[in-house]
Design a protein around this ligand. Structure first.
Ligand SMILES: [Cu+2]
Length: 393
């Protein structure tokens, strides 16, 4: 085969494409690894090992195929019947069905045990029920369709003794495979619609603990209401390095607001998380509570939920003394997206009050200076406001 023929060959081109893709993956993996202290030596050994295993496997299959082909040709040259390729393909399909079904079983039993622990929120059970119903239904469809597909390929493999039945059209079959999926999907969608409505349709705000969670590249900022229980309003135009969230101090409710590092929540209390974003779209994601909603710049949203299991209780249940609930960003929002993680702790009401009392005010002395409060030393910002001095100007 000449060089021209070689580069025109589809096989060579596809091999080249595979290598280019592999190279790009490596490059991306390397860029990501640069940002974090990862043991690169071990990573590269792992990558090389699996690449080599794959190449050796592919090579062995290719050699085996060539040997079969040569055997087939020599048989034919001797006037004998060659290999029954239809039979070989049929058997391979049958074996694939068995291996595939075992793989699905393995995945369900081994990886299935890695699923999240029980829902730690009041609405979480309903979300889990939806997942379970969908999984069971799709599992039944998966088993039936795969058995039919590969079973037919095996049992009705090409044979000289049989003649294929020609079936150009059959209305009954068309109706069955259109109507049944339509009914099942409608039931699932309606079920999901009502569940989501029940979770989200909560306009009642009385008795809620309001917490502001603001996403930016690449962290979440938390703001708790002070003793008045109310959060002051926000205005993005007021954002400065000291007033990171753009809190509007013309609103007196802002004066006692607190900033926190950990999202601490009292158990069995209705929590309203007000979700903001400052740059790109982020996504507030607390999998243990089955809570997720996008954080969209300029479009504040909220999610109301009630945590029901204490962190200490979950540690016992999961048999993991270091267990922590987590708040993640679930939108690939940039290079250090993986850094957007906060610990969430569910505590008793008494522990919550004790913790809240220790949190630092959002309105720091430096910020007071920046905002030209009348008396910088005054510990009473309300007093400062009543002095009618210009704020944020
Ligand atoms: Cu993000």
């Amino acid at each position: 085969m000449g060089f021209k023929q070689l580069i025109n060959s589809k096989k060579t081109l596809s091999l080249f494409a595979a290598f280019v893709l592999f190279g790009t993956n490596q490059l991306m993996a390397q860029t990501a690894a640069d940002a974090a202290p990862v043991d690169k030596g071990a990573m590269w050994t792992g990558v090389l090992y699996y690449t080599l295993i794959f190449l050796v496997g592919a090579f062995c299959i290719a050699i085996f195929g060539k040997i079969l082909k040569v055997y087939d040709l020599t048989q034919k040259m001797q006037g004998k019947k060659g290999l029954n390729w239809n039979g070989i393909m049929g058997i391979i399909c049958g074996l694939f069905l068995i291996a595939g079904m075992y793989g699905a079983y393995w995945s369900l039993t081994v990886q299935g045990s890695m699923k999240l622990p029980e829902a730690a929120s009041a609405h979480g059970g309903a979300i889990d029920d939806m997942f379970t119903v969908t999984t069971i239904l799709t599992l039944i469809v998966f088993v039936i369709t795969q058995c039919l597909l590969f079973g037919f390929l095996f049992f009705y493999r090409g044979s000289d003794k049989r003649k294929a039945h020609f079936l150009p059209h059959n209305n009954t079959i068309e109706k069955v495979w259109t109507i049944i999926p339509a009914i099942v999907l409608t039931v699932l969608v309606v079920f999901g619609f009502f569940t989501w409505q029940k979770v989200m349709n909560t306009t009642e705000t009385k008795g809620d603990i309001n917490i502001d969670v603001t996403g930016h590249q690449f962290a979440w900022e938390l703001r708790y209401p002070g003793p008045d229980g109310k959060l002051g309003s926000l205005n993005f135009r007021l954002t400065t390095p000291l007033n990171k969230l753009g809190v509007d101090f013309k609103d007196r409710n802002s004066f006692d607001d607190l900033s926190a590092d950990t999202l601490v929540l009292p158990v069995n209390k209705s929590i309203r998380i007000n979700i903001h974003a400052q740059d790109v779209i982020h996504s507030l994601y607390m999998p243990h509570f089955r809570v997720q909603l996008n954080a969209v710049p300029g479009l504040p949203t909220f999610f109301k939920f009630t945590p029901t299991i204490l962190t200490t209780e979950m540690r016992r249940k999961t048999d993991n003394p270091n267990f922590e609930y987590l708040l993640y960003c679930n939108k690939v929002c940039g290079g250090a997206h993986y850094n957007m993680k906060k610990i969430v702790r569910v505590v008793t009401q008494a522990e919550y009050q004790e913790w809240l009392a220790k949190q630092k005010p959002y309105l720091t002395d430096q910020l007071k200076k920046e905002l030209h409060f009348a008396d910088n030393k005054s510990s009473n910002p309300a007093q400062a406001a009543s002095n009618r001095l210009a704020l944020n100007n």
